[in-house]
Design a protein around this ligand. Structure first.
Ligand code: SAM
Ligand code: FES
Length: 354
């Protein structure tokens, strides 16, 4: 490690934030020694806040129908090869019923921006889930909606909302999305969600086409400022039916490095070790936890639709039953000395993480 990188690493370990040029220099100059030091401190900080608990969230992929055309995404509207589906309220309640029996106390409803889920329909689903499972948290990840829509969903009982910002660099955002989508609207959504009192998650793909140490530096500065309750980062993985089909996937190494940095910038953040990380390396999710993550999201979607929610090639966990997915993750976590915890797992408010 150069002296400059070592000094930046120590400042992060001491709980300081860096400037954008400093984040970029850290990313450019990183090596295994720097990663190991950040990892060790990130795990210590995470342990001080959450012990060795890893929270599970039951992911229900409710629709792969989407009006958007994000260039990287396998379910973008212009992918004519995608076999489209959507789950009804009854389908979703059945998944949640099964998940509840398996111990899940958070349900994450994720899907494309499918016009079927009007406020009336989605609020009805949220209300039904909260009525049936009052001790559970409901997280939505349904994309960009109006302030009024987010407000109605919040009043219906939604607790959390995941909306990755995708990149904090406006010019980079524009290369990843079609003209009709805007960086400003994405950021407006995140601000609205925060103002409405949701627990809010942002995040980005590591190694997305056009990403540089400078754009990543903006992501880190944004995350340090925004202090999200959750932060989803996982490697970009190409999908065969998108324009980015030949681009290289993000790496486990850089994803894990950034997980450690984010843990240090946001000690209490709920940080998933993602399915995408498990897709590019069989032990990716374990490595994510050992770098500072503390959430896993087993799939609760009906097996019949799993292969259809194909955001990227070779996605794992598309053949298993929900119980198998949960048991597999519990065993994986136990193998590295962590315990899967099935309570709601709200973000802890401790700010002095030691
Ligand atoms: N429509 C919602 C939204 O926009 O937030 C939720 C669904 S969207 C598919 C969920 C996330 O999948 C995106 O935020 C993106 O970061 C991730 N994703 C999409 N395509 C991907 C790819 N090729 N590799 C890795 N992650 C991808
Ligand atoms: Fe809409 Fe990916 S383009 S979910």
């Amino acid at each position: 490690m150069t002296e400059r990188v070592a000094a930046l690493v120590e400042r992060l370990c001491a709980g300081e934030r860096l400037s954008e040029p400093e984040y970029a220099a850290l990313i450019e100059g990183r090596d295994e020694e720097a990663a190991a030091r950040l990892r060790e401190k990130a795990v210590a900080v995470r342990k001080a806040v959450y012990g060795n608990a890893v929270y599970v969230r039951g992911l229900i992929e409710i629709s792969n129908i989407c009006k958007n055309d994000c260039l990287y995404c396998g379910i973008r509207r212009s992918n004519a090869n995608a076999d489209r589906y959507r789950l009804t309220r009854e389908d979703i309640l059945l998944c949640a019923e099964e998940g509840y029996g398996l111990g899940f106390r958070t349900f994450v409803l994720q899907g494309g921006e499918d016009g079927y889920y009007t406020d009336e329909v989605l609020c009805g689903i949220v209300r039904a889930l909260k009525r049936r499972f009052p001790d559970c948290a409901v997280t939505l990840s349904m994309g960009e909606r109006s302030f009024e829509s987010y407000k109605a969903l919040c009043e219906a009982g939604a607790d959390r909302y995941l909306l990755r910002h995708e990149t904090a660099d406006k010019a980079h955002y524009e290369t990843l999305h079609p003209k009709e989508m805007s960086f400003d609207n994405r950021m407006r959504c995140l601000r609205d969600l925060r103002a409405l009192g949701y627990q809010v998650g942002c995040g980005f793909m590591v190694g997305s086409p056009g990403q540089t140490p400078q754009t990543l530096a903006k992501d880190l500065a944004f995350i340090a400022d925004f202090q999200p309750d959750m932060c989803g980062i996982g490697p970009f993985i190409p999908h065969k039916d998108t324009v980015f089909r030949d681009r290289p996937a993000g790496t486990v190494e850089l994803t894990c490095f950034l997980l450690s940095v984010i843990r240090l910038l946001c000690p209490t953040v709920l940080l998933p070790s993602t399915t995408a990380l498990g897709t590019i390396d069989p032990l990716g999710r374990e490595m994510g936890i050992e770098s500072g993550a503390n959430v896993v999201m087993p799939n609760l979607s009906p097996v019949s639709v799993r292969k259809k929610y194909m955001l990227y090639d070779n996605k794992i966990c598309t053949g298993e039953e929900s119980a198998e997915c949960k048991n597999c993750l519990a065993m994986r976590m136990a193998s590295i000395g962590y315990e899967v915890v099935t309570d709601r797992g709200d973000r802890k408010q401790i700010t002095d993480a030691g």
